[in-house]
Design a protein. Structure first.
Length: 224
């Protein structure tokens, strides 16, 4: 009798393979030959909304400094050529000025003071004074009068006033006098008698007292 060796071996292999397939189907186990790697789905990218960067508000630039305003008060000084004197009285945005050489030239001028302290004052016979404020309470400017140009610097009076005026009728003549008191105490003035100017006598700055042609007058501080 022949030995069924190869046939039995083949049948045994088929049965073992069928058993393994049945086992895999039941347990869900994958063999190496039928393995299938499922790829994990890539995560959906989350859209991130980035808030726009806002630049910090720039600091406000400092305002340019304003020119010095002219404090109310009385100012006096000499012209650059030392030929004449100028006095300016300032109050509440108005100014009045007096220019004289102490002999025969004189002019009264007036006008407004601008917000920056500058001024343009006008008077009779085309007289003009232009002035601007300076440091240390000074006025720098020039007077245009009688064909001349007179640059000047006027300093604020420490006390009292620097500008006086007196008007009266003396011996039938109309008297109009103007006086400038300078910082060193010296005085310059002109008295006009019915249109004829001449050097003015000295006044008392404390009281304004002055004698003109034998008559006692009082020169009053001038303000706009």
């Amino acid at each position: 009798m022949k030995r069924p060796g190869p046939v039995l071996t083949l049948l045994a292999g088929l049965l073992l393979g069928l058993f393994m397939l049945t086992l895999n189907a039941t347990t869900g186990t994958r063999t190496a030959s039928s393995s299938y790697q499922e790829k994990s789905p890539s995560p959906t990218p989350t859209s991130t909304t980035t808030a726009p960067r806002t630049s910090p508000s720039p600091s406000p630039s400092p305002s340019p400094s304003k020119p010095s305003e002219i404090p109310d008060g009385s100012y006096s000084g000499r012209t650059d050529d030392d030929s004449s004197s100028v006095a300016v009285s300032v109050r509440a945005g108005r100014a009045i000025a007096y220019f004289c050489d102490g002999h025969s030239k004189e002019a009264w001028l007036k006008g407004p003071v601008k917000s920056d302290g500058s001024m343009r004052l006008t008077g009779a016979d085309g007289a003009v004074l232009n002035g601007t404020p300076q440091e240390n309470q000074r006025i720098r400017g020039a007077v245009e009068f009688d064909g001349g140009h007179y640059a000047f610097t006027a300093q604020k009076a420490v006390k009292g006033t620097a500008l006086y005026r007196a008007t009266a009728t003396v011996r039938g003549a109309r008297i109009d006098g103007g006086w400038i008191v300078l910082a060193d105490g010296s005085q310059v003035g002109v008295v006009d008698r019915d249109g004829t100017p001449s050097a003015a006598p000295r006044i008392d700055p404390e009281t304004g007292a002055v004698t003109v042609d034998g008559r006692r007058l009082t020169a009053a501080p001038v303000a706009p």
